[in-house]
Design a protein around this ligand. Sequence first.
Ligand code: 5BU
Length: 457
Amino acid sequence: MTKEQFVLELEKIGAIKFGSFTLKSGLVSPFYFDLRDMISHPAILEGVVDLLVEKIKDMDFDVITGIPYTALPIASLVAAKLRKPLIYMRKEEKAYGTGNNVIGKFTKGAKCLVIDDLITTGASKNETAEGYEKEGIIVKDFVVVIDRSANGAEELGRQGYKLHSLISLEEIVNLLQVKDLITYEKVQEVREFTTSLSKPAKKEKYVNPLTQKLLDKMNEKKSNLVLSLDVTSQAEFFAMLDKVGEQIVMLKTHVDIIDDYDENFVPKLQEYAKRQNFLIFEDRKFADIGNTVRHQFRNGIYKIADWAEYITVHMVAGELILKGLFEGIENRAAFVLARMSSKGNLLNETYTRKCFDAAKKNPQLVAGFIGHGNSVEDIKRFKAKFPGSEVLMMPGVKKEKGSDAMGQQYITIEDAVVGGADCIIVGRGILKAEDPGAEAKLYRKRAWIAYQERKLK
Ligand code: 5BU
């Protein structure tokens, strides 16, 4: 089957439609593609498989996958024809048994070619790649049957992937027009629609005032080092600040681990913050219902809202936690925990995306995200999905990659920052050093240099 015949067959079975279709986003599209039924038409199925085989047979890959559901049966036929192993990813992450999310046999480092039916914007393809990359599989190439995007190849290119497509939207409309299956007016309408999608209206990006305040302080102090001062007495706390406070842009506290906390603690901390010129961030990780976190933030012994400009928030209870926390309070903002550094943590990609959605709806309450990653590439992809101009705060950072006995995982200062961390959060890497003051200087210097270099690129 030629490409032209294939397009005409798709049109016949109603997989390619022209008219007026309201999309999920609310936009009205002059065309609609749905390739799901292709598998029930053996000749068409055979045709698309042959075309794909021809397209990819000389490409460099070890295994093939298809994105469920539409592309998976197609990919399996392609894999069999090319005598290449097929693998695929569960749609739901597995939380029991062996925990294997990839079905099929592969070796770590295998190069995987990903087949999909359509590309619309390119925004979701990297989630697939990310899933495989977590399992040690390398994804470089995506092959789609129809490229209906305006700039999908560009978008994927930005994320480090290459897009190959059998047929483009332009080819489809041209062919159907030649065959008198659509009018010239329709072709124009399609073109106008796609160009309008590729040029989103340029908006000034909103910057949360507390994000700005942190960025300003970083530039003023030439430091993107956040100290996590996890000690359990006031004496140790302030003795450490004496040594390290000058090096940091922000101090992260866990106020509830201080054994001898009393009413002198906060005024003293504020005096240090002023003198040593750093911001205060209480890593309280609020996670309850709105009404409870409201009190946990304002009341009790610690009265965190009185003194911590930045706090951490888990989104597990839903985005109204933000309302509960901040309603009626000014000049406070959250770092939302979008990814954690600890081994086996339960924050999966869907959860991370929901954190971004919640932040998108409440930009005035979210200054940034806490996140982590296992490589520069992994962090880059995570950061690329930030909804606005939030900062990325990264714990789990040390001079060397490694882990502790209780699940903490570390990546290096440079990997964190090159990947996209705006600030590194360091605890024991500095606290346990023989000379914490000198060590903080070193972390500060390395993180700041990496940050400057990243911004120049
Ligand atoms: P460390 O000593 O550098 O491992 O301390 C890291 C700090 O960051 C510690 O206070 C943790 O509670 C905090 N942290 C983290 O390590 N990982 C995370 O994902 C989040 C916070 Br959120």
